[in-house]
Design a protein around this ligand. Structure first.
Ligand code: PLP
Length: 227
């Protein structure tokens, strides 16, 4: 017998709170991003009906098809982009998302600056760090993170709230979470988006303020999501 989305949400939230408390953290300092990519609006509505309001999607096109309708039905939604963003989709992404967690290169930063100069309000931004230095993965390399974050602040004046990472699948995630935290601390950035279904409890013990959990809430995805 499989649990409902409401039960899964409650279980994940309880685990987050338990891990936070065990490590002397305020449970309210860890927010859950329910990753709804690939799941249709009816499925997402189950989580909304259970009272959850913070979600993550990895593709602009999919979010554009799914979320305006849900926003019209449910107030107070906070939507995060957690997948790579092409510069030519930045304008659409700014209109759709409350947070973009995947700022990862100067060209995208400069696109945000241009859109802000047009008068658009930018969402909260997180910089994605490629902590595993994986060639196929998006994100700023750790060796380039300090310079990039400095430019975000002094050259572009972008509202960077924190950092995000996706550790290599085949590796122990803790060193990656610890590295992300170290870089964030160096730059005085409060937000750490780290931890997915398999490793969010560890991420909470290492300081995550946002955890991105998909399959532990919605079940296995029917088809692999790109990005
Ligand atoms: C899909 C995805 C998640 C959620 O993964 P699960 O293993 O299903 O919890 C988290 N972060 C990013 C960036 C993702 O693309």
């Amino acid at each position: 017998m499989s649990a409902t989305i409401e039960e899964n949400l409650a279980a994940v939230k309880a685990r987050i709170a338990a891990e936070a408390e065990a490590f002397g953290r305020d449970p309210a300092a860890v927010r859950l991003v329910a990753v709804s990519k690939t799941h249709p609006a009816e499925t997402v509505a189950e989580a909304l009906n259970a009272g959850h309001r913070r979600f993550g999607e990895n593709r602009v096109q999919e979010a554009a098809a799914k979320w305006p309708g849900l926003r019209a039905r449910y107030p107070g939604i906070e939507l995060h982009l957690i997948g790579p963003l092409q510069s030519n989709k930045a304008r659409e992404a700014i209109a759709l998302f409350d947070a973009i967690e995947t700022l990862d290169r100067p060209k995208l930063a400069e696109t945000f600056v241009r859109l802000r100069d047009e008068g658009l309000a930018l969402p909260r931004l997180l910089v994605q760090i490629n902590t595993g230095c994986e060639p196929q993965k998006a994100g700023v390399l750790p060796s380039e993170a300090d310079a990039f974050l400095d430019r975000c602040k002094t050259e572009w004046n972008l509202p960077v709230a924190g950092l995000m990472c996706i550790p290599p699948v085949e590796q122990e995630p803790s060193p990656h979470f610890a590295l992300l935290r170290k870089i964030a601390e160096r730059h005085g950035l409060p937000e750490l988006s780290m931890g997915m279904s398999d490793d969010y409890p560890i991420a909470v013990t290492l300081g995550a303020t946002l955890v991105r959990v998909g399959s532990a809430i919605f079940g296995a995805r029917a088809y692999p999501a790109a990005g």
